[in-house]
Ligand binder design. Structure first.
Ligand code: DON
Length: 346
C-alpha cells in the first residue's frame, strides 16, 4: 500500500467504511450509551416551545463525504435548527453578493462574547461576525429575492439542498421568536442607525426568526455537514448546495466563531469546524471526510449541548479528527478499521 498523505487518510476513511460499518455503529452506540445518563445542562427556555424538549432526546449521526450513514439514538427526532442556520445563511449571502460586499457588512472576527451581545465594531460599525445575532441579522438582510416570500423560499430551498429533502418551519417556534425577539430588534435598529442593514430590517428580522425555526434532525445536520465536507455537493442526491469556492469561508467562520464564547477552547481542544444552536443541535465538519450531527437539548452555560460537546471531543480524540492533528500517530480512523483500499481510490 502506498504511503498515505492526509488525503490518503480521507480516501481510506471513505473506502473503508462499508466493511467498517459494524464497528463504527458499535462505537457510536457505545458513545451514546455512555453519555445518555449525563444529566448536566439545562434545556433552553427563553421561549416556552423550546422548554418542551425532552432532555433525554439524544442522537448521534455521522455521514461520510460519500454518503454512508452511521447513527445511534434519536436521529430522526425533529427540533429547530436555531443558530446552526447561521453559517448556511452566510453561504447564501456569499452566493448572492460575492465575498467583498458581504465583508463590507459583516466582519469575521470572534467576539469572545455571548451570541446576543449588543456590540458592533467601533471603527466600521459592522457586526463582528455572522455567527453572533447581530451578524446573522445583517446577513439575513443580504439574502436576495424580488419580494419577501421569494427570499423565504430561497432560504428554505437552500436548506433543502443541504438536507436532501424539503424542510419546513415550526410555526409556533417562529411566532414565539418573533413575539419575544426584542433584543434582536434592538440590535437590528442599532445596525440601521449605522447604515449596516437596509431599511427593510423588519424583513431581515422575520427572515432571521424563520431561519432559526427550520425543523431538522440529527440526521439532517450530519447530511448538511457532509455536504460541506464534500465541497458543497450533497453526498446522496449529488445536488450542489453552495458553490465550492465559498465552502472554505463557512468552515473558517465555524472554526473561529461557531461555538459561542466557547469557540476558542473548542478550536483548541476539538479542532473541528462546528456550529451549535440553542435547540440542542451541533453540526461539525471534517473537510473531505465526514459530517457529524448531534442532538441533545440540555445546554451548558455557554449555550452548547452538553452531550454534544463531549461526544465531539471524544470523536476528535479517538479518530484524530483535529484539523491540526499531525502524523495521525496511532489513533486515527486508519487504525480503527483494517480493510483494503477500494478500487476507486488511487
Ligand atoms: O436569536 C435568538 O434569540 C435565538 N433564535 C437564538 C438562536 C441560537 O441558537 C443562539 N445563537 N447563537
Amino acid at each position: 500500500m502506498a504511503e498515505l498523505t492526509n488525503n490518503g487518510e480521507i480516501d481510506l476513511l471513505l473506502g473503508r467504511m462499508k466493511s467498517a460499518a459494524a464497528p463504527m455503529r458499535g462505537i457510536l452506540q457505545e458513545l451514546h450509551a455512555r453519555y445518555a445518563p449525563v444529566t448536566e445542562g439545562k434545556v433552553a427556555d427563553y421561549i416556552p416551545e423550546l422548554a418542551k424538549a425532552d432532555p433525554n432526546w439524544f442522537g448521534i449521526s455521522i455521514v461520510t463525504a460519500d454518503g454512508q450513514v452511521f447513527e445511534a439514538g434519536d436521529c430522526l427526532q425533529s427540533f429547530t435548527i436555531q443558530s446552526v442556520s447561521k453559517p448556511f445563511i452566510y453561504g447564501l449571502a456569499l452566493e448572492d453578493l460575492g465575498l467583498e460586499p458581504v465583508l463590507a457588512r459583516v466582519g469575521v472576527e470572534p467576539t469572545g462574547e455571548a451570541f446576543n451581545s449588543i456590540v458592533l465594531d467601533e471603527v466600521s460599525n459592522r457586526p463582528f461576525n455572522p455567527m453572533v445575532n447581530a451578524g446573522a441579522i445583517a446577513t439575513s438582510d443580504l439574502i436576495a429575492g424580488k419580494d419577501f416570500p421569494e427570499r423565504v423560499t430561497r432560504m428554505l430551498d437552500m436548506f433543502g439542498r443541504y438536507c436532501g429533502r424539503k424542510v419546513h418551519i415550526d410555526n409556533s417556534v417562529f411566532m414565539s421568536e418573533r413575539l419575544t425577539g426584542h433584543r434582536n430588534r434592538a440590535i437590528a435598529h442599532l445596525m440601521l442607525n449605522f447604515g449596516i442593514v437596509s431599511p427593510r430590517l423588519d424583513e431581515a428580522l422575520e427572515l432571521y426568526f424563520q431561519q432559526c425555526s427550520v425543523l431538522v434532525t440529527a440526521h439532517d445536520l450530519a447530511m448538511m455537514a457532509a455536504t460541506l465536507a464534500n465541497g458543497g455537493v450533497h453526498p446522496v442526491t449529488g445536488e450542489r448546495a453552495i458553490p465550492q469556492q465559498y465552502v472554505k469561508y463557512l468552515l473558517s467562520i465555524m472554526h473561529s466563531c461557531g461555538m459561542y464564547d466557547y469557540a476558542g477552547e473548542w478550536a483548541f481542544r476539538v479542532g473541528i469546524p462546528a456550529k451549535s444552536g440553542v435547540g440542542g443541535g451541533i453540526l461539525a465538519v471534517v473537510p473531505g471526510q465526514l459530517g457529524i450531527g448531534i442532538f441533545s437539548p440540555p445546554l451548558d452555560a455557554k449555550g452548547n449541548s452538553v452531550r454534544g460537546v463531549r461526544v465531539c471531543k471524544e470523536l476528535s480524540e479517538k479518530f484524530g479528527l483535529h484539523c491540526f492533528e499531525s502524523g495521525f500517530t496511532g489513533r486515527s480512523i486508519r487504525d480503527q478499521f483494517t480493510v483494503q483500499r477500494s478500487g476507486r481510490q488511487g
